[in-house]
Ligand binder design. Structure first.
Ligand code: SF4
Ligand code: SF4
Length: 120
């Protein structure tokens, strides 16, 4: 996948959680059918926007994780962690592609609210 390098080493855990300020170039998307729910990626996200899928969607004991897209900075750390440590269940999509596929318009700190549905 263009735009990020799976072969880069796994980074250190973030020292503190930050906030997204600008609309990112890329957005992380979890393939929920491929995700084991191991949560290895969760502590590496510098903006803490990866969380288990809420109860009810899956009957499995360990649900997959999902990304709060509106908070994702597109840093790709989670994708690298997943590829290196577990399962390769995270894809980085260009933001324009993401918005088209999911019909969600991402925004940034200057144009809240985040993640508003696209008007028809
Ligand atoms: S590291 Fe990969 S398999 Fe594990 S929870 Fe994260 S996305 Fe899912
Ligand atoms: S790319 Fe992954 S690690 Fe980076 S902000 Fe988005 S969800 Fe978090």
């Amino acid at each position: 996948m263009a735009g990020y390098d799976h072969d880069k080493n796994i980074p250190n855990l973030p020292e503190k959680i930050t906030e997204k300020k600008k609309k990112p170039k890329m957005v992380a998307v979890v393939d929920e059918d491929n995700c084991t729910g191991c949560q290895a990626c969760v502590p590496f996200c510098p903006v803490d926007c990866i969380a288990p899928v809420p109860d009810g969607k899956y009957e499995t004991i360990i649900p997959p994780v999902q990304i709060r897209f509106n908070e994702c900075t597109g840093c790709s750390i989670c994708a690298r962690v997943c590829t290196k440590m577990t399962w390769d269940a995270i894809e980085m999509l260009p933001t324009a592609t993401f918005e088209e596929v999911y019909q969600i318009e991402l925004s940034d700190a200057t144009t809240p609210p985040y993640g508003t549905p696209k008007p028809n």
